[in-house]
Design a protein around this ligand. Structure first.
Ligand code: GLV
Length: 313
């Protein structure tokens, strides 16, 4: 398979790069200065693109690559891949579900604990020597808080399971009710937000879910409510979130994702009720390896005419 051109637009996992290089002709787009010319020069050999959560394959890239057969994404979310264009051109698409579920769900709980118990702020309190001048203030209990989950797919269910271990009543909103689950379903996001203490956003980003967290939802969550976003930045109307936090209309936020990554609204930097992570939901050594193996497994299956391991298209 070493003559097959595999295009990687941005750096991701060193292990993935190394394993792809063993098997394919890996073309690292970020290392070349003249990208457009490079793509033209290699358009006859590039048969696969390996994208990720930030850089997938948009219509323009797909049109540039006439021999493209498969986009194997090093991510579970495939909102950066033009799925319609892929369908139209018969290009297969794969992602990395399941292997990252635990890490992302763990992080959602970590963020909720970090916001309510002020873990980052109290860490700073110790490091800056302030403890010597007096004890840190009281924080807010997590156990027993009502957790609302927006999107009860694989990761949403894993968040629910973990939150249940903290005796948290669980409610959710998703496209359809899942009557087999014992959690309370709300057909409308505003209603879910009005009836929970912590709202966890974990649905896929689509045209329907873009800015699903708007001013009305934020106000429904209210000054004691906490928003946790481990989905995608564009799920949230970010300027509305920032003003709600600045004005005290929202109790706190734990964010792993933002509208224009890696840009993060600087007004949030001063707020102690906000915990900011750099989109690291699945970034553990173990999951990085498992995701990379899945990307490679999908490519090998495709180029050996075997069924794809995790097909999306
Ligand atoms: O954001 C990460 C992913 O989609 O895997």
């Amino acid at each position: 398979m070493d003559s097959i051109g595999v295009l990687m637009p941005v750096p991701m996992s060193p292990y993935l790069e190394q394993e792809l290089e063993k098997r394919f002709n890996l073309l690292k787009l970020w290392t070349v200065p003249q990208k457009t010319q490079f793509l033209k020069d290699h358009s006859g050999s590039i048969r696969a693109v390996v994208g990720n959560a930030g850089n997938g394959a948009d219509a323009e890239l797909i049109e540039t690559l006439p021999k493209l057969e498969i986009v194997s994404s090093f991510s579970v979310g495939i909102d950066k891949v033009d799925l319609n264009k892929c369908r139209e051109k018969g290009i297969r698409v794969t992602n990395t579900p399941d292997v990252l579920t635990d890490d992302v769900a763990d992080l959602a709980i970590g963020l909720a604990l970090a916001v309510l118990r002020r873990l980052c702020e109290s860490d700073r309190y110790v490091r800056s020597g302030q403890w010597k001048k007096g004890d840190y203030k009281l924080t807010t209990k997590f156990t027993g808080k009502t957790v609302g989950i927006l999107g009860l797919g694989r990761i949403g269910k894993a968040v629910a399971k973990r939150a249940e271990a903290f005796s948290c009543p669980i409610s959710y909103h998703s496209r359809t009710e899942k009557p087999e689950l014992k959690y309370k379903y709300y057909p409308c996001v505003v209603e879910l937000a009005s009836n929970c203490d912590i709202l966890v956003v974990v649905c896929a980003l689509t045209e329907e879910t873009r800015h699903i967290i708007n001013r009305e939802v934020i106000d429904a969550l209210g000054p004691k409510g906490v928003l946790i976003n481990i989905g995608r930045g564009p799920h949230v109307d970010e300027p509305e979130l920032v003003s709600a936090l600045l004005e005290g209309r929202l109790g706190g936020a734990g964010l792993d994702v933002y509208e224009n990554e890696p840009e993060v609204p600087e007004q949030l930097f001063e707020l102690e009720n906000v915990v900011l992570l750099p989109h690291v939901g699945s970034d553990t050594v173990q999951t990085d390896t498992a995701m990379a193996d899945l990307v490679i497994g999908n490519l090998e299956a495709h180029f050996s005419n075997k069924p794809l391991l995790t097909p999306v298209v």
